[in-house]
Design a protein around this ligand. Structure first.
Ligand code: COA
Ligand code: AMP
Length: 621
């Protein structure tokens, strides 16, 4: 069936549509009801276990020998393949280890790990037990980890002794110790994988060795849970310093992911699928771990970077080595590859790529990058759009539904299940072609968030601006033929190298620096990372005249949030441009950062401030 027919069916009778899709999973109790409007729950009477669906089911169906998890780590030289049967054994024993350490159904466990197989075992093991996992990106600092510990109050922390970032080894243990010391909520244990690159000193009884606990554990079975029970909490940047804990249900998510694998990505069971992201992000949850495994695909777990580990040909060599049919990455990775290998000689050096398509998401795909890689690969390169809150793509060109007509500059059309509306600030629909707030009609399809952890008000706020609609926070426009163009955020969230960050959160850290009395952080354009934080700050009278505090500010951001949030430039200015009512004119600063001519509004307090900032800017950029 074609996209139009399927799309119509999905919006005319969502219950019938998703009930049919639900049949592709293995349920302990198949749901009789698809959707309960009074509670906004999908499959309210269904029970299942997602680990069983992602792993054990394929073994029972006779595919135990097929590759399931392929670990490629150019930074350590390790390369390992686990079949579905081997994955089942690893996951069952990891689940036994987690249960023996005290975590049971409904408890939370934080996974703060680099991209190693144990991280995937841990996620699936939690799902096996009905334990709610919360994966924290390994690049986050101790204070960020502490915030998440306090919010979701985990029983256990699962981690590793170190991460490997290019040629650098990063010790995790000091960060775990600092985070646990900072947090008010205290996990019972940290279970640590000892990596040969940098083993950690463990302090029992709090610290436990993964290897010892794993060896002593008995394999645990799958625990059926209600479809509505949380599978995980994934924190993402909101507009304040406090991250939002997106709660994902189990059944709806499983159904949506399974549906997306064939219908959006066109992936067939048995093929290799590679989402070159990190398990700390939603892409990693949905398309490194759950989606491909549910669909019976081999998934690639890559510990490295698109460039420099060792070179810009690593993606293509892995795609060739494992006959990857679907590759998914962020545009920034392609820009980095292009900057390093402009003629794509390293791509030409591999033959026989079996790649069907390359999918891009996480940030705007600039047409120049998209056209470059499409020409070099000579295959469809498909931009698609979604968010942590949604859990799976909402705007795409659905390859599996026969779509192939990509429109440059558009992220595609509404994915079946999603009803988009472009609304002005008063909630009225705008005509096609006009840019306004991109919203999604309620109810959201299965798989999308149904709660923010312990934050009902925050969840309600996502639906508060436009009654009956979820406000995506993005601006967009729609063509008459249904193509949607995403134009950028309407709030202070920025995407730095595909990583979602809040400039408001960075501002909180900068403002807390001793020599800063006032500041504004904006996302400036960057040739590789797309957007990058730029700090404008004002120092007090007691600060040394002419002194540059940029290094100190940058260190503060790295330490409080992450090196991924480190500013590209910190510019000391005399005053920030403001309206007469005191609002900082961030779009004026953004224009200056991007080398454009700022267009200050009439309400500006002091026009001369702009000239001073322009004068200060080139020296710093
Ligand atoms: N643990 C510890 N530190 C980490 C880290 C991790 N998991 N990930 C990143 N960092 C550090 C880096 O070492 C770097 O530190 P430095 O400034 O001291 O050198 C800093 O954070 C910035 O890292 P990154 O954003 O990765 O920049 P980079 O210059 O090292 O690499 C790219 C640039 C474009 C190659 C890289 O950003 C990239 O691969 N982006 C794609 C990201 C992606 O796939 N996102 C998922 C979206 S689907
Ligand atoms: P995250 O929750 O980290 O996945 O980030 C989601 C945000 O990234 C979206 O709200 C968009 O602002 C941005 N984004 C993701 N995919 C795209 C895309 N294909 N085009 C433009 N922006 C995107």
């Amino acid at each position: 069936m074609d996209y139009q027919t399927i799309y119509r069916r999905s919006v005319e009778d969502p219950s019938a549509f998703w009930m049919e899709a639900a049949r592709s999973l293995d349920w302990d109790d198949f749901p009789e009801t698809a959707y309960a409007p009074e509670t906004d729950i999908w499959f309210p009477d269904g029970r299942l276990n997602l680990c069983r669906n992602a792993v054990d089911r394929h073994v029972s169906e006779g595919h135990g020998d097929r590759p399931a998890l392929i670990y490629e780590s150019p930074v350590t030289g390790r390369s390992e393949t686990y079949s579905f049967a081997e994955l089942r054994d690893q996951v069952a024993q990891t689940a036994g280890m987690i249960a023996a350490a005290g975590a049971a159904r409904g408890d939370r466990v934080i996974i703060y790990m680099p991209m190693i197989p144990e991280a995937v075992f841990a996620m699936l093991a939690c799902a096996r037990l009905g334990v709610v996992h919360s994966v924290v990106f390994g690049g986050f600092s101790a204070p960020e980890l502490a915030k998440r510990i306090d919010d979701c109050e985990p029983v256990l922390l699962l981690s590793a002794s170190c991460g490997v970032e290019g040629s650098r080894v990063i010790a995790y243990k000091p960060m775990i110790d600092e985070a646990v010391a900072r947090a008010r909520s205290k996990p019972r244990h940290a279970i640590i994988v000892q990596r040969p690159e940098l083993p950690a000193d463990l302090t029992p009884p709090f610290d436990l060795s993964w290897e010892e606990q794993f060896d002593g554990a008995a394999p645990a079975d799958c625990v059926p849970v209600r479809a509505q029970d949380p599978l995980y909490i994934l924190y993402t940047s909101g507009t304040t310093g406090k991250p939002k804990g997106v709660v994902r249900d189990t059944g709806g998510y499983g159904v949506a992911l399974q549906w997306s694998m064939g219908n959006i990505y066109g992936a067939r069971p048995g093929e290799a699928f590679w989402a070159a992201s990190d398990i700390g992000w939603v892409v990693g949850h949905s398309y490194i771990v759950y989606g491909p495994l549910l669909n019976g695909n081999a998934t690639i777990l890559f510990e490295g970077k698109p460039v420099g580990t060792p070179d810009a040909g690593i993606f293509w060599r892995i795609v060739e080595r494992h006959a990857v049919r679907t590759l998914f990455t962020a545009p920034t990775a392609i820009r980095a590859i292009r900057a390093s290998d402009p003629d794509a000689k390293l791509l030409d050096a591999v033959d026989g790529l079996q790649l069907r398509a390359l999918f891009l998401a996480g940030e705007r795909a600039d047409p120049d990058t998209l056209e470059w890689i499409a020409a070099k690969l000579d295959r469809p390169v498909i931009d698609h759009w979604w968010q942590t809150e949604l859990g799976w793509p909402a705007i795409a060109t659905c390859l599996g539904l026969g779509e192939g007509d990509m429109l440059a500059g558009s992220a595609g059309r509404a994915v079946p299940g999603y009803g988009f509306a472009v609304l002005d600030d008063d909630g009225a629909p705008v005509p096609n072609g006009e840019v306004a707030n991109l919203t999604i009609e309620r109810p959201l399809p299965p798989g999308c968030f149904r709660a923010l952890w312990k934050n009902e008000a925050g969840y309600a706020a996502c639906f508060g601006d436009f009654p009956g609609h979820y406000a995506t926070g993005d601006a967009g426009k729609c063509d008459p033929d249904g193509h949607i163009h995403v134009m950028g955020r309407t709030d202070d969230i920025i995407n730095v190298a595909g990583h979602r960050l809040s400039t408001g959160q960075i501002e909180e850290v900068v403002a807390a620096c001793e020599q800063v009395v006032e500041c504004a952080v904006v996302g400036g354009r960057d040739a590789v990372k797309g957007t990058i934080p730029i700090v404008f700050y004002v120092s007090g009278a007691e600060a040394a005249e002419g002194q540059d505090y940029g290094w100190m500010i940058s260190q503060a951001v790295r330490g409080a949030i992450s090196p991924i949030a480190a500013p590209k430039a910190c510019v000391r200015v005399e005053k920030l441009p403001k309206t007469r009512s005191g609002k900082i004119l961030r779009n004026v600063l953004r224009a200056i950062a991007d080398g454009e001519t700022p267009r200050p509004p009439e309400t500006i307090e002091d026009i001369a401030v702009i000239d001073d900032i322009i004068a200060a800017w080139p020296r710093k950029a």
